[in-house]
Design a binder for this molecule. Structure first.
Ligand code: GRG
Length: 297
């Protein structure tokens, strides 16, 4: 099974569920907020975080309908982070997911609210849908883990390190820590939450935690390479932003060749932790590592 087959099989299910989750019937001005949320959420994303969530669930042979609230929640949170990251006060991007950014289309005020509302809708979806399948103590654990992955010790923490850091820092540890938080924490949550819901033992949790750490770094190193080498049509976003904004990046610090070697090492490390949890069915996660390594969008 490769990533294209995975995407063809599961993305329609993910997008149908996202559409259902956002299908509010609103009689008043809130309609425009819903429109902005749907514009960003239902645009053409790769859906790697919900795919990871499904892949981690399938390790345990679970039915995917039980994990769909989490798959939707991680995509909503990710989309909120993209909307806010694109704002003029942050990365100031005009183009995302193959279309004008949310604030370009709707204005900054509505884009900020669309991001805020996707963030809270993620947790609402979990609280509404998960009790059908899991007990309250597990759900609280999951909510706490996901909230932490988005907060000061996760995505928002990584974002501030990014905003306040620059290419002059030239510190590989700072770069790694920043990305482990900014991009890696949510990726890790996509893997660990299904494992917790399915009562994975300590050994499996240990290997999945290490796997997801290296997978997150791999994703980000390749993202840095694509920012230097990719094109707008394929990426669906503007390239060369990192250089323009004097960002601290893997390519800036190690060059494109060096960054490619690092990506390969992270992919190998991710695989090495994954094979330790055999005989669980790791095929789908292996296909995701391959895609992360070779992707050009
Ligand atoms: C605003 C709190 C806050 C955080 C923003 C993750 C993040 C933090 C910003 C995104 C900026 C960015 C381009 C980070 C690099 C890695 C990344 C998350 C890329 C975009 O994710 P993809 O490639 O996008 O999965 P699609 O559109 O395919 O979902």
């Amino acid at each position: 099974m490769n990533f294209v087959e995975l995407s063809n099989k599961y993305i329609p299910i993910i997008e149908k569920e996202l559409t259902n989750q956002i299908n509010f019937n609103l009689p008043d001005k809130r309609k425009i907020l819903k429109e902005a949320m749907a514009y960003a959420l239902l645009a053409k994303g790769k859906r790697v975080r919900p795919l990871l969530t499904i892949a981690a669930t399938l390790l345990f042979g679970n039915e995917i309908k039980k994990i769909m609230p989490i798959a939707c929640a991680v995509e909503m949170i990710h989309t909120y982070s993209l909307i806010h990251d694109d704002l003029p006060s942050m990365d100031n991007d005009d183009f995302r997911r193959g279309q004008p950014t949310c604030h370009k289309k709707f204005g900054e005020d509505i884009a900020i609210l669309a991001g805020d509302t996707l963030n809270t809708l993620a947790f609402e979806a979990i609280c509404t849908c998960l009790p059908k399948y899991y007990k309250a103590d597990k759900i609280i654990k999951v909510i706490s883990l996901l909230a932490a992955a988005c907060g000061i010790n996760g995505m928002a923490g990584g974002q501030i390190m990014d905003i306040k850091g620059d290419a002059g820092i030239k510190d590989a540890k700072y770069l790694k820590d920043m990305h482990a938080l900014k991009t890696g924490a949510l990726i890790k949550a996509c893997i660990i939450i299904p494992a917790i819901l399915e009562d994975a033992n300590e050994d499996i949790l240990f290997n999945l935690t290490n796997f997801s750490y290296h997978l997150g770094l791999l994703f980000q190193i390749v993202d840095d390479i694509l920012d230097s080498t990719g094109n707008k049509a394929k990426l669906g976003k503007s390239p060369n932003k990192d250089k323009e904004q004097n960002k601290l990046t893997y390519t800036g610090l190690f060059g494109i060749k060096g960054a490619k070697e690092m990506a390969q090492k992270e992919a190998d490390k991710a695989r090495s932790y994954l094979v330790r949890i055999k005989p669980l069915d790791i095929k789908m996660l292996l296909a995701i590592i391959d895609f992360f390594e070779k992707r050009d969008f």
